[in-house]
Ligand binder design. Structure first.
Ligand SMILES: [Zn+2]
Length: 57
């Protein structure tokens, strides 16, 4: 299973046992995505939020 990378159009591989919230990364551009929905058409991904502390500006 794979989805198209919104950044570069490459194929992002998705594990068969993917769960919502799983982080996947594009092998072409390295962008990380979070699986946020599992639809009948396949998983939907969004750019993963970097789980860093908010240090404030
Ligand atoms: Zn990509």
């Amino acid at each position: 299973m794979k989805v198209k990378c919104p950044e570069c159009g490459g194929d992002v591989p998705i594990p068969d046992d993917v769960v919502i919230g799983e982080i996947v990364s594009c092998p072409d551009c390295g962008q990380e995505y979070e699986v946020y929905e599992l639809s009948s058409e396949g998983p939907r991904i969004k750019p993963a939020e970097v789980a860093a502390e908010d240090w404030g500006e």
